[in-house]
Design a protein around this ligand. Structure first.
Ligand code: ATP
Ligand code: MG
Length: 201
């Protein structure tokens, strides 16, 4: 049997329990051997916002996933120069796991934007897509019909209305992020004084 590998790309600024529950749920429902978390590279602008250093986002992702034997973190996107495109992520992971079946995991918000991504047709060749439900985002039937039906699955996951944006906004206001992100990530954020300055332009 070929290995079944989930790929969860994200900015992870910071990684939070919404990401972890989604990955864990997909791992179990699709019988994946591994879920590889892939933090995006830098320099990178997200909606005009400067994203935290790749190394900080990478380390928080490692801390958050360390206890789960089915979770791993890949540096492919942070070690590649320039903007991150899912097509490059999947090509690199295909090279790392040549015989594996790849499952690309996204939330519904990311799934809705997929047709704006580079080389979208090739993406569906490289991986099966799994869209996880996320509070506040729905995809209607017409949007779903655009996907190659044998290459996409939608998975209902326990709803967690958590976002990295909200975690950052909380830190800025001096509010807690306990229980929204893993304990080690709370401590990493404090130790490195992340999200204490307003960086949105
Ligand atoms: P930001 O608010 O900065 O955009 P985010 O919380 O959306 O952060 P990302 O790093 O952008 O986190 O997301 C990485 C992936 O995880 C995306 O595919 C996104 O849809 C998915 N995701 C994030 N939060 C959740 C959640 N609470 N439930 C399900 N999927 C999620
Ligand atoms: Mg997002």
């Amino acid at each position: 049997m070929p290995q079944r590998i989930g790929v969860m790309g994200g900015t992870f600024d910071p990684i939070h329990n919404g990401h972890l529950v989604a990955a864990s749920e997909v791992q179990s429902k699709f019988g994946l051997d591994l879920v590889v978390f892939v933090p995006t590279g830098e320099p990178w602008q997200k909606r005009g916002r400067t994203v935290s250093a790749a190394e900080d986002r990478y380390l928080m992702t490692v801390i958050a996933t360390a206890a789960n034997p089915r979770f791993e973190v890949s540096r492919v996107d942070i070690d590649r120069d320039g903007a991150t495109y899912a097509i490059d992520t999947l090509h690199d992971l295909r090279a790392d796991y040549p015989d594996a079946e790849l499952f690309f995991i996204t939330g519904m918000d990311a799934l809705a934007k997929i047709f704006t991504w580079r080389d979208v047709e090739d993406l569906f060749e490289l991986a099966h897509f799994i869209g996880c439900t996320r509070p506040g985002y729905v995809l209607d039937e017409a949007e779903l019909a655009r996907f190659p039906q044998n290459r996409i699955s939608i998975l209902e996951i326990p709803a967690l209305a958590i976002s990295s944006s909200d975690c950052r906004a909380r830190k800025l206001r001096g509010e807690p992020v306990w229980y929204l992100v893993p304990d080690g990530v709370v401590q990493y954020i404090s130790k490195h004084n992340l999200y204490t300055e307003k960086v949105d332009s």
